[in-house]
Design a binder for this molecule. Structure first.
Ligand code: BGC
Length: 423
């Protein structure tokens, strides 16, 4: 009864926030707390563009940036969980669709649907249904998507490759990568810059290798529980991942993901494997796409788009509900989507954005999104429960040290069973 009463109050608040008084409510001496893990140079710059757009519209609202440093959100999520459990939610927070959104926040009753916004703002007409489905349960939608990253990209420094007469075409196979890497290593150049101070970065290298070996069908079978983690193809992917690791920088575990990207920016390494948030670091450093740097699908993954979507969800007991709703409306607007994604490296989710405003990389990524198989990332929360992700990180950290394929895949089988992924 009490719960029903609370939900009713919340809905009244949400609906009134959507009414004409909304702007007035969000006008004077108010605050809005936004939680994310966007703190690298490029990420912070993109987040700031959202803050600026919001402040321009609501100058009376003080925006509190509650970002917690650590790529991939592995440091941010525990902080958020502690706050949520203590009844101290930020108004809105960054979230990935799928398991992360539903397993950690919807199931815990920490956030409320924003379905009504999709109708009032007309997003249901301009956001592809496939994307809406990723943040929906039943008839309710639980997040406003700010942009969609492609997780399976290999970036390279063009000048370095030119110097060693290495050409990268429209696709790059594993063997082509290894032959280039061998040449670079022999010349004393680091072939693959990695920064796995946050384990997720090397887990992502494995995830991409796995996708490159399994292909879209195998990926869906694996994360749909129809293929086991000790499948011969998974073992093959583990061996290839081990070979990749042979070409990384010796100090990989001391660097963050963006420090690794900087190695490529400064020509200290040739390649880095990273989701396309790396793009914002490359551009922020003043590098010109296609001139100073290039990209290609991670080996074996051409024809697939590993989706890493970023959304914002609304706290159930948001301390500043009107301001929070105004934030979500702004994030979903055409202007904000165009400006934010140009800086972040992701693509806007709205189909009505001015594509002429997108740069070459984004046009490439958008074409891939339209034509390729769209798959959910495990490392970035969508394809598997958080418990599996944590076990994967532990298994990866062990594998990086011992390269024992049997032990590694055995640990993943156990983790899949224990986390409910096989159901
Ligand atoms: C997020 C990106 C972010 C990246 C690195 C991913 O999980 O979706 O927005 O830039 O982590 O921090």
């Amino acid at each position: 009864m009490k719960k029903l009463f609370c939900v009713a109050i919340l809905w009244t608040a949400l609906l009134s926030a959507l009414g004409p008084t909304r702007v007035a409510n969000a006008a004077q001496n108010k605050q809005l707390e936004v939680f994310s893990w966007w703190t690298s140079g490029g990420e912070a710059m993109a987040l700031e563009s959202l803050f600026q757009a919001y402040k321009n519209k609501y100058p009376g609202v003080e925006v509190l940036n509650a970002a917690v440093t650590g790529g991939g959100g592995s440091a941010a999520r525990p902080v958020l969980q502690t706050r949520l459990a203590a009844g101290d939610p930020p108004d809105v927070w960054q979230v990935h669709p799928g398991h992360e959104l539903f397993g950690q926040y919807v199931q815990g009753d920490y956030c409320v649907p924003v379905t009504v916004l999709y109708r009032s703002e007309g997003w249901d007409r301009v956001v592809p249904q496939g994307l809406i489905d990723r943040v929906s349960k039943g008839s309710e939608i639980y997040a406003v998507i700010a942009g969609v990253h492609r997780g399976n990209v290999l970036w390279y420094n063009k000048k370095v490759l030119e110097k060693y007469k290495i050409e990268v075409g429209d696709t790059l196979s594993f063997e082509q990568f290894f032959s280039a890497a061998q040449k670079l290593k022999a010349a004393g150049v680091v072939p693959l810059a990695m920064g796995d101070a946050g384990l997720w970065a090397t887990a992502q290298l494995f995830e991409n290798t796995l996708l490159g070996v399994l292909g879209p069908k195998g990926w869906q079978e694996l994360f749909g529980g129809q293929r086991m983690f000790d499948d011969p193809r998974v073992k093959e992917a583990a061996r290839l991942y081990g070979r990749m690791l042979d070409y990384q920088n010796a100090d990989h575990s001391a660097l963050s993901w963006d420090q690794a990207v900087r190695r490529v920016i400064h020509g200290k390494a040739a390649f880095t494997a990273m989701g396309d948030w790396a793009y914002s670091e490359l551009v922020k450093a003043g590098l010109k796409e296609s001139h100073n740097f290039g990209w290609v699908s991670f080996p074996g993954t051409e024809g697939t788009f590993l989706v890493v979507a970023d959304g914002f969800t609304l706290a159930k007991d948001a301390p500043n509900i009107a301001e929070a709703v105004a934030w979500l409306e702004m994030v979903g607007s055409k202007e904000a989507q165009e400006a934010f994604n140009a800086l972040k490296g992701s693509i806007p989710v709205r189909t009505d954005v001015d594509k002429g405003k997108l740069d070459i990389y984004q046009q490439w990524s958008m074409a891939s999104f339209q034509h390729d198989a769209l798959l959910a990332s495990c490392v970035h929360g969508e394809a598997a429960p958080a418990t599996f992700q944590r076990e994967l990180n532990d298994a990866i950290s062990m594998f990086v040290a011992d390269r024992n394929v049997e032990r590694f895949t055995g640990a993943l089988v156990q983790a899949a069973g224990a986390s409910g992924l096989l159901k």
